[in-house]
Design a protein around this ligand. Structure first.
Ligand code: PMV
Length: 314
């Protein structure tokens, strides 16, 4: 049997903007998707036992099958000839926005490689997972599969003319507690990404100005993170949420979660990932603050994940 894992992620700065070449900052989180892959005799089966928001598995089912097809092709295996069972699990839940599609693609790629005795470098795993991400996100930036493959806290900038993206590891003094709140609303990343591209085409001046601000935020955010100025990082996350509202990727439940988190003292809060539902991330340094924010969100009827950013991969 072949086994593989991929990290979940939160984007601290720059989702959607990264698709268009603006830099972003992403952190892997302490939660993974894990795949077990076993050759069998009767075609391809996928058993997905991940905890997920209601409707997540159904919404992503066809995209998941297309992504596996893409993984096999990228590995030089003709999909029609394959008989394997894939069991997909792990601690990363299927809440939209946490990169679960990329984490699962990385896990499945590594699992298939091990089962077939194929040696893959992390760089190659990342390339294959990027091909798989196209099934979920249309024209993905590559930020999710990069975080899922390599882990850690990363500065990411998509190269708009070739495949050579800029990826830089950022090292911070110590990991920082965060709270992820799930709206429970399953979102379609591909539709969200296409919506932004469409509005950007129709309103070039307005969008260019917003995109410039997003670039500035990523740059100042990087400095604040490296200086470990968490109050500043939080403020900038709030600003980033405002820009995401302006490009119409927020959702009333995301705005509600952001509000709850800020009222409880989170240093900053914003939607994370594709938006339109999915998840909110709040910066909550210390277990005490993390607990308070998480409890308030749970009391309002939402699911949470308590985790940390900036954990170095071991
Ligand atoms: O919603 P998620 O976890 O698939 O994150 C999508 C992030 C986007 O920036 C919206 C798309 C991308 O490819 O970068």
């Amino acid at each position: 049997m072949g086994k593989g894992s991929g990290f979940g992620k939160v984007i601290l700065f720059g989702e959607h903007f990264v698709v268009h070449g603006v830099p972003g900052i992403v952190s892997a989180i302490d939660a993974t998707n894990d795949a077990e892959v076993k050759k069998t005799a009767q075609g391809l089966t996928v058993k997905d036992i991940r905890k997920a928001a209601t409707g997540y598995a159904e919404e992503k089912r066809l995209q998941q099958l297309e992504s596996i097809d893409r993984i096999l092709r990228a590995m030089g295996i003709a999909p029609g000839t394959v008989s394997i069972d894939i069991l997909l699990g792990g601690t990363l839940p299927g809440f939209s926005g946490l990169g679960a599609s990329a984490a699962s693609s990385v896990a499945i790629t590594r699992g298939i490689a091990e089962e077939y005795g194929i040696k893959l470098t992390d760089e190659r795993v990342n390339e294959i997972a990027y091909e798989a991400e196209k099934a979920y996100a249309g024209t993905p930036s590559g930020i999710d599969n990069t975080a899922a493959t390599f882990g850690g806290l990363l500065w990411f900038k998509k190269n708009m003319t070739s495949g050579a993206n800029t990826v830089e590891k950022l090292h911070i003094r110590e990991p920082v507690e965060i709270v992820i709140g799930s709206t429970g609303v399953v979102a379609n990343t591909k539709a969200m990404v296409e919506g932004v591209a469409d509005r950007k085409r129709k309103n070039p001046e307005e969008y260019d100005a917003i995109f410039e601000q997003a670039e500035a935020l990523a740059l100042i955010g990087r400095k604040a993170l490296l200086a470990f100025d968490l109050k500043k990082v939080g403020e900038l996350m709030n600003d980033n949420h405002h820009l995401l509202r302006q490009i119409e990727v927020s959702h009333e439940k995301l705005d509600l979660l952001v509000d709850i988190a800020r009222k409880q003292g989170a240093y900053g809060a914003k939607l994370t990932g594709g938006g339109g539902g999915g998840c909110m991330v709040a910066l909550t340094p210390s277990l005490e603050l993390q607990g308070r924010v998480a409890k308030a969100i749970e009391n309002a009827g939402f699911e949470v994940l308590r985790t940390r950013i900036g954990v170095e991969k071991t």
